[in-house]
Design a protein around this ligand. Sequence first.
Ligand code: TRP
Length: 335
Amino acid sequence: MLNNKKILYSGMQATGNLTLGNYLGALKNWVNVNQEYESLFGIMDLHSLTVRQDPTQFRQKARSLYILYVASGLDPEKNCIYFQSHVSGHAELSWILSCFTYMGELNRMTQFKDKASKHADNINAGLYTYPVLMAADILLYQADVVPVGEDQRQHLEITRDIATRFNGIYGDVFTIPEAYFGKRGARVMSLQDPEKKMSKSDENPNASIYLLDDTDTIIRKFKRAVTDSDTNICYSLEEKPGISNLIEIYAAVTEKTFEEVEKEFEGKGYGEFKLAVGEAVASMLKPMQNKYEQLLKEKSYIDERIKENTERAQAMAIKTLRKVQKKVGLTEKIR
Ligand code: TRP
């Protein structure tokens, strides 16, 4: 609790180009709920180091993500938006928590298994301890709620387990965070392979809608979306994964139910439906894209917000960190 408001914490990795999946699955929820909470949103740049990055591009992507958060509607004067690497407490708490995390638990993480198989030449220890750093992110700010996409469910569970274990030994040090998946938690799949999640690291650019894609590109990608050879626009994950994905997207964007979408397109062809989805997505993204362009020009405004917000985050983080250091018996610094 801070100023009588519950604390909300979330973040995204600073790599790749954000997709429609990131937007509908997470960012949109953040924009909807941030005002009810004391909210912090991190640019999780330390997590990105688990995969090899080109330093120049990485720095640009991280800054671009900051601006995208703001352009999407997160006010940096009301929300604490900052870079994870600017607050050293993340790494410090992560080390301590790693001593309260079992290898057996980390071995069970599906995302680790997944990433390890994709980057077989670089299965580093950071990839393995990724969930511990994530637990540190959340626990450092005593977060009450953590809005994330479905794919982060397991990471939230381990965070709760670590916090509960620590509290069991040392008393109530950490708030046990609740996951928040949003009203519907739209699950957006690849446009080229609807059995797979839409991903910012997909090699086929036609598989994903990027948040900064222009209208023509968006419409073209939807036109090319893989569907079945049937003609009915009806939701069935097993039989019609492609069309179901488009229904899911259209429903999320227009805030309609699947039934309403099916009704709207009864007797209409796939071509017409795909165009409608493309247009709806493009017009949803347009205002954000305009704001993004405008913010790119306001360098000093953004710099000022980064500076202020880093200081705020640091002040919150240091409180928890000091408490944890004391509880585990580390010698206090002489000040
Ligand atoms: N692992 C998250 C993802 O890939 C990003 C993340 C890192 C995060 N730390 C977090 C999300 C803390 C919420 C809270 O999307």
